[in-house]
Write a protein that binds this ligand. Structure first.
Ligand code: SPV
Ligand code: MG
Length: 437
């Protein structure tokens, strides 16, 4: 029998997939190259079902003779390994981000006389809507909370964007960047609920004035309309006894992680650096707070990160490394965040070099607000695992709103502002699914 190869990721199997299998079976034995979780996470959100679960389903489908893992979006390795006589695919990939992958497949097949079969794409299923609905149904707190740990296992680094309300949450949830020529498709992995932005949107200073009840309202608002993992900026974590209690509240909601910082007294935003009074907590006391959270947590997946403010407060790298070790060894922190407001990134790079001599795999988070000339890939090479773009939704929304307000005052009407700075009412009405019932 001839060998027919079809690559699929398929969280949800619909008649488009069955059609490919049925058509493929006319040519020979159908082998499914099932994309691994890692391969899927490299270009879009996590699959809802794990590789093992998807494999079990595919193995039971009539017409499938074998299921093998495909570990990258690129088919080359599997083509050369299995030398299929045919590869079968829907004809929808001739344009768009997969066109380069297709071209490479044709070339590789030609090297040994294999053939590409393309069948008309099945248009009768709205895969995007089907996937979105299912994702929402499976979005339980347990499922959601676990996503950050899953991502840490699957990706070289995770990119996180600030979200401070339902609308910016939706932007982080749904925004895609696609580049057809480079064959690139990218999404954010999750959301950061920043104390600076949550406070600023409420018109309040970032000094732990916005209390947890209010922060939880923001989180709930975002949780309700999104499915990606949330990392909470927990400020100093408050009193140790309160922190232990609050960890369980966050777990129950489905938040994936909290970061607390080793400052005490009235918290000042880190980006003031030494222009504000930044008082560091005693490291052993802070480790006790982390420990209390770790002991209190009920689920395996919840993560507690210790944020080191030694560089912000001007104490240098030795102090920062010393603190990192205490928070991990005494506090049991799942990872650390190292913050800096230096523009050249050199102290962060040096910290990571030294920290990576101490531990190769404990996750490190960076917030490159002041050293944003470095790409995520460069920061990952330095040793970072999570990169947080901490305040850019707020910072881009504010000037747009300000310009609009000034324009209406200047012109005594909204015509100019509407034209220059606003999306149309039609677009607003279509922004949120379900606005028209
Ligand atoms: C925040 O976003 O609130 C942070 C990061 O804590 S920073 O503003 O840089 O301190
Ligand atoms: Mg903060």
């Amino acid at each position: 029998m001839a060998k027919v190869y079809a690559a699929m990721s398929a969280d949800i199997i619909h008649n488009g997939h069955i059609n490919i299998i049925r058509e493929g079976a006319k040519y020979g034995d159908v082998m499914i190259g099932l994309l691994t979780d890692e391969a899927i996470a490299s270009y879009k959100r996590l699959p809802m079902l794990s590789y093992k679960e998807r494999e079990a389903i595919f193995k039971e489908i009539k017409g499938v003779s074998e299921v093998v893992p495909q570990t990258t979006l690129d088919y080359t390795e599997n083509i050369l390994k299995y030398k299929p006589d045919y590869i079968i695919h829907g004809d929808d990939w001739r344009n768009g981000v997969q066109k380069n992958i297709r071209a490479k497949i044709i070339e590789t097949l030609a090297s040994y006389g294999g053939k590409l079969i393309e069948i008309p794409y099945t248009n009768d299923v709205n895969c995007t809507a089907l996937e979105r609905n299912t994702r929402e149904l499976l979005n339980t707190p347990d499922n959601r909370r676990a996503k950050l740990r899953r991502l840490l296992e699957l990706k070289p680094y995770i990119n996180i964007m600030e979200a401070s309300n339902g609308l910016s949450g939706l932007i982080v949830e749904n925004t895609k960047y696609e580049n057809e020529d480079q064959g690139v498709s990218r999404e954010f992995d999750g959301m950061w609920v920043s104390s600076l932005c949550d406070s600023s949107f409420k018109g309040k200073p970032d000094i732990e004035l916005v209390d947890l009840t209010s922060r939880l309202n923001t989180i709930e608002e975002i949780l309700e309309v999104t499915t990606k993992p949330i990392i909470l900026d927990g400020d100093t974590g408050g009193k140790t006894e309160h922190f232990a209690y609050n960890v369980r509240t966050l777990e129950r909601l489905g938040v994936s992680a909290i970061i607390i910082e080793d400052k005490t007294g009235l918290k000042q935003n880190s980006l003031f650096g030494t222009d504000a009074k930044q008082v560091l907590d005693d490291p052993h006391e802070f480790a006790k707070k982390i420990k209390a959270g770790k002991v209190a947590q009920l689920t395996r997946e919840f993560l507690i990160f210790a944020r080191i403010e030694a560089l912000i407060a001007g104490y240098g790298i030795d102090e920062a490394i010393m603190r990192a070790k205490i928070y991990i060894e005494e506090g049991g922190a799942d990872g650390i965040m190292i913050h800096s407001k230096e523009k050249d990134g050199s102290e962060i790079k040096e910290f990571l070099r030294r920290f990576r001599e101490y531990s190769r795999d404990i996750p490190v988070i960076l917030v490159p607000t002041s050293y944003n000339q470095f790409t995520e890939e460069e920061l990952c090479e330095w040793g970072a695992n999570i990169i947080i773009h901490a305040n850019h939704m707020l910072r881009s929304a504010y000037p747009a709103m300000l310009k609009t307000a000034q324009s209406v005052l200047e012109h005594h009407r909204s015509l100019e502002a509407s034209k220059d700075y606003c999306i149309s009412i039609k677009d607003v009405l279509e922004l949120i699914p379900g606005t028209k019932q």
